[in-house]
Write a protein that binds this ligand. Structure first.
Ligand code: TXE
Length: 494
């Protein structure tokens, strides 16, 4: 990464963004716009269209028409693959531009953004492009006078609602398998991180995706998102975001056409450190990264540190030291470790969690405050809170900020019980040299991902699935494809 190139890109003004409907850039039907505020310094950097219900309906109609006439679904797999491979190439060719645009919008430190955003998105699109002509139907083991065939058909119109923490990566997790299987998609980016995702959608059209197959509408969730949720013409809703919105989407589906709803709703993931961890210094550094990178705005963040009591004090000191060694600041500087909080509202909520934690008996070991306020941006010091009891707010609620809750345990059984004591089940980790214990932790902790002696970094070859109120269905890997196909049986008498 070259600082000079990054600085040149950040100096460029950003033209207003419009919806992408039926292959055209269109403003909101009532001309409304939304100011886009950069969390780096609190300034307005551009505007997006403030979508109306009519805009969303137009996008859905376009996606429906594209699906019905088969302009994408009926193309030979090799042709669809070619378009998607080209799209991945274009994302890679524009990686720095996309990453800087995204960081100006959402505040993630550039070092993480470049890897987790364009690079990961391109890899995801390429993965599903490569897969799409290797997925076969099935022939059932019927009696000899019958041919039982199972076809995999695209479902139709997919509505994808994307959050702000990793818009390109999470967007690609939905767009890759949905488009690979021949569906049409309507994309609804987050209000506070839409720019890079809108640009990535444009690149799909530049790669040759037919008009109408991918539409993207910006605007408020409660307006355009609700219209999408209630539409009779959307067949599948895929979502990453808060539990509260996830519940609404289930209601919308029940009130409309009972569309399929797949949710990824974050977590309160336990990072369990035993005294027999192979390398406690490494465990402390990786654990700090596992909660503080992207300011803790990571769905799988290891936000609960469960530490064996015998090493509690020394381990907490090591994590606090690692936290204090992380440079918080301008996310577009290549040597920044932790960038900005996405929005002022999110920062205020984080600080509220810290206040509640201390009121409930927690002790701040490091951090706890807003910092760098003179920049006008939204920054928070990485925060470690000890003495967090099992039922404390900080142990139960997702903060989605740079706040680590620490709780000691005595035994393996107690560690598992603590790990499973929330409504969530997205990720977790255990650090131990004992092979049997490692496997017991994998089996015992109810979560979609269990790391052993590491935290984070699980790539696209493995699924990310929520247990409990962390959601349903899977992103990533071939398993994600299941969300975007209907199984059709042909029962043929010979
Ligand atoms: O989420 P929302 P917010 C969690 C995290 C965070 C909290 C709030 O705990 O603190 O959610 O973040 C769209 N109908 N995660 O307020 O509102 C919205 O426009 C349809 C975890 O940003 O759920 C955006 O595109 N759509 C998470 C998307 O939902 C609606 C990532 C997510 O926003 C809508 C983000 C409605 N009525 C937040 N209301 C993760 N799992 O990684 C909003 N939206």
């Amino acid at each position: 990464m070259d600082q000079t190139q990054i600085d040149a890109l950040r100096a460029q003004p950003i033209a207003p963004f419009f919806h992408l409907i039926d292959g055209k850039h269109v403003p909101a039907s009532d001309g409304g716009t939304m100011n886009i505020i950069s969390p780096i310094d609190g300034t307005v950097i551009t505007t997006t269209a403030a979508g109306t219900a009519a805009d969303m309906e137009a996008a859905i109609a376009s996606a429906r028409a594209a699906f019905e006439d088969g302009r994408w679904a009926n193309q030979p797999p090799a042709a669809r693959k070619k378009v998607m491979m080209k799209w991945a190439d274009l994302i890679e060719a524009n990686a720095l531009e996309l990453a800087v645009l995204g960081v100006r919008d959402n505040g993630t430190e550039i070092g993480m953004a470049i890897k987790a955003e364009p690079s990961s998105a391109a890899a995801t699109i390429r993965y599903y492009a490569e897969a799409l002509d290797k997925i076969y139907g099935e022939i059932a083991p019927t009696s000899s006078d019958i041919l039982g065939m199972i076809h995999k058909e695209p479902v139709g119109v997919v509505g994808a609602i994307i959050p702000w923490n990793f818009p390109l990566m999470i967007g690609a997790w939905k767009l890759g398998p949905a488009l690979a299987m021949g569906n049409s998609v309507v994309l609804k980016p987050s209000e506070t991180a839409s720019l890079s995702l809108m640009r990535m959608a444009e690149l799909a059209l530049e790669a040759g995706l037919p008009e109408g197959v991918l539409n993207a509408v910006t605007g408020e969730g409660r307006i355009v998102g609700e219209t999408m949720g209630l539409s009779m013409d959307v067949d599948v809703l895929v979502f990453t975001g808060s539990g509260a919105t996830g519940r609404r989407l289930l209601e919308y589906a029940a009130r409309s056409n009972m569309k399929r709803v797949y949710l990824e709703l974050g977590g309160k993931s336990p990072n369990i450190v035993f005294a027999d961890a192979p390398n406690l210094d490494e465990a402390a550094n990786v654990s700090a990264g596992g909660i503080f990178r992207n300011s803790g705005q990571v769905c799988v963040a290891g936000s609960r540190l469960l530490v064996e009591a015998s090493i509690h004090d020394e381990f907490v000191a090591a994590v606090a030291k690692a936290a204090e060694g992380m440079r918080v600041g301008d996310p577009l500087k290549v040597d920044t470790h932790i960038g900005a909080i996405n929005s002022e509202g999110q920062l205020t909520a984080n600080l509220g969690f810290v206040k509640t934690a201390t009121a409930e008996g927690g002790k701040i070991v490091t951090g706890g405050d807003r910092i760098l306020q003179d920049t006008g941006g939204y920054y928070m010091a990485p925060t470690v809170v000890t003495g967090v009891s099992r039922d404390a707010t900080l142990a139960q609620k997702e903060v989605f900020g740079p706040v680590l809750a620490v709780t000691p345990f005595e035994t393996e059984e107690e560690a598992i019980a603590l790990a499973n004591s929330t409504v969530y089940g997205l990720a977790g980790a255990a650090w131990t040299s004992n092979l049997g214990r490692a496997h017991r932790m994998v089996r015992g902790v109810r979560s979609g991902v269990m790391h052993i002696n590491t935290y984070g970094g699980a790539d696209g070859t493995v699924p990310l699935s929520g247990f409990g109120q962390s959601g349903n269905g899977s992103d990533k890997s071939l398993h994600a494809i299941e969300k975007y196909v209907n199984l059709k049986t042909a029962w043929i008498k010979l």
